[in-house]
Design a protein around this ligand. Structure first.
Ligand code: AMP
Ligand code: GLY
Length: 425
């Protein structure tokens, strides 16, 4: 069976790496992919939101399943596009339709969904330019810090957490009146600040049943000690030691089950991943956000721990018999450390030669922003490579990743040397 993966990051390389292992998969195409996916699959130079081009590729390469990595094609309706097309409608897409993708595409929608279905989350209200003054009054009723969220997709930058009331009021105005995040902030969600430690839980669902995938924690800030600007993620660890079984049971009962049931009640036939961002406040889970895809770099630690055939699970999603599928996870711990271009998450250069990739022994190297130029691998993005290792302890796995990194080099390479700092003794 031939399959197509949409996307080009470390997440998509990890999908490719895992699906190559399935005996049922003949050929994998990745659009547009990176230098890492090119080594083990075939890249097609297509933008994941160019649906007509995707259709041509699917027909030309006799694709029998499409797996969607990033949120943009889902929010733009790639799954709906397939269902509406005579030639594509029987080809399963792993990823929700527009009516499910809106859980990530609109924070206002997802908050309303959570409240409606009794899923624990921070109290909130939404405001637009028309209700700006009410928004300012609402801020006055809250205690600092103030959390302001652009309703729509804002490339991970749409959340502001501010200590001063004046600043919060000014930023609200910037967002709704001056389009600080473009259209994405014409509606703004203001919510209570949640205390606790953050983690993510991933669910794969066929709309009826679900599998809870390993939990993970990512390190979002560029600097050591979780300082500095936000990034897409500088590293990740799975599982999360403070998410013990008692906590995960609560997550399943209070969050996962009501989410799946809520989707059913609302008539949303959801087939794909749900990435649940959670706060653990003294053992009580509260949902920070939903994403309708896997995380990156979380995928680079979650998938290597899954022992079952991922394609078999995807077939379960497509045919709605996921409950019959075998699902097992290794006890080993996975860590990943992201190598980034100097300057990221602000301006950075591309096209730097990457050396040392051929001699990797004890880690898995997932490519993110890489491409091939004159037969050599060069940097092609801010986040360049994720180095994943598996071991019996977090420390051991981290030691392996950092040892591997010692052999990799590109000009202005940067990475955090303290991934997992808060989790090891
Ligand atoms: P989001 O894009 O919703 O994931 O928000 C980005 C980050 O902001 C989250 O990962 C949290 O670290 C933080 N955050 C969002 N909402 C809250 C909240 N209500 N309380 C505390 N931190 C939050
Ligand atoms: N690492 C966070 C995300 O993928 O959204």
């Amino acid at each position: 069976m031939n399959i197509l993966i949409l996307g080009s990051g470390g997440r998509e390389h990890a999908f490719t790496y895992k699906l190559v292992q399935s005996k049922k998969v003949t050929q994998i195409f990745v659009a547009p992919g990176n230098a890492g996916t090119q080594e083990i699959a075939t890249n097609i130079n297509i933008n994941p939101t160019d649906f007509e081009a995707i259709k041509n590729a699917v027909l030309r390469h006799q694709i029998s399943m499409v797996i969607v990595g990033p949120e943009a094609p889902l929010v733009a309706g790639v799954h709906d596009f397939f269902l509406a097309d005579e030639e594509l409608k029987n080809i399963p897409v792993i990823g929700p339709k527009k009516d499910g993708a809106i859980l990530e595409g609109s924070k206002d929608f997802s908050k309303e969904f959570m409240i409606k279905h009794g899923i624990p989350t921070a109290k909130y209200k939404s405001f637009t330019q028309e209700s700006l003054e009410e928004g300012k009054l609402f801020l006055e009723t809250l205690n600092p810090p103030y959390v302001l969220k652009a309703d729509g997709l804002a490339a991970g930058k749409g959340v502001l957490i501010l200590d001063a009331l004046d600043e919060a009021k000014a930023e609200l105005e910037e967002m709704v009146s001056n389009q600080k995040f473009g259209n994405a902030s014409s509606t703004v969600v203001i919510e209570e600040f949640l205390k606790g430690i953050e983690l993510s839980v991933f669910v794969l669902t066929d709309g009826k049943s679900y599998k809870i995938l390993p939990s993970a924690k990512d390190y979002k800030r560029i600097g050591e000690g979780d300082q500095g600007l936000n990034t897409g993620g500088m590293g990740a660890i799975s599982p999360v030691p403070f998410a013990d079984q008692a906590f995960l049971n609560k997550v399943e009962e209070l969050v996962v089950k009501p989410t799946i049931l809520g989707l059913q009640k609302d008539g949303i036939d959801y087939r794909g991943f749900i990435f649940i961002g959670l706060m653990n406040d003294n053992g009580a889970p509260s949902v920070v956000e939903y994403n309708v895809r896997m995380g990156d770099p979380e995928t680079e630690v979650v998938l290597p721990r899954i022992e079952s055939d991922l394609f078999d699970l995807f077939e379960g999603v497509a045919h709605q018999n996921l409950h019959e599928k075998e699902f097992s996870v290794t006890d080993n711990i996975a860590t990943t450390v992201m190598l980034v271009s100097g300057g990221y998450p602000e301006a950075y250069e591309k096209g730097k030669l990457i050396s040392g990739l051929k001699t990797i022994k004890n880690s898995i190297v997932f490519h993110a922003g890489t491409s091939i130029k004159n037969n050599t691998v060069v940097t092609n993005g801010g986040r360049v490579i994720a180095v994943t290792s598996l071991a019996y302890s977090i420390q051991e796995a981290l030691d392996m990743s950092y040892k591997t990194i010692g052999g990799i080099y590109f000009e202005k390479m940067n990475y955090r040397k303290d991934i997992g700092f808060d989790l090891v003794d």
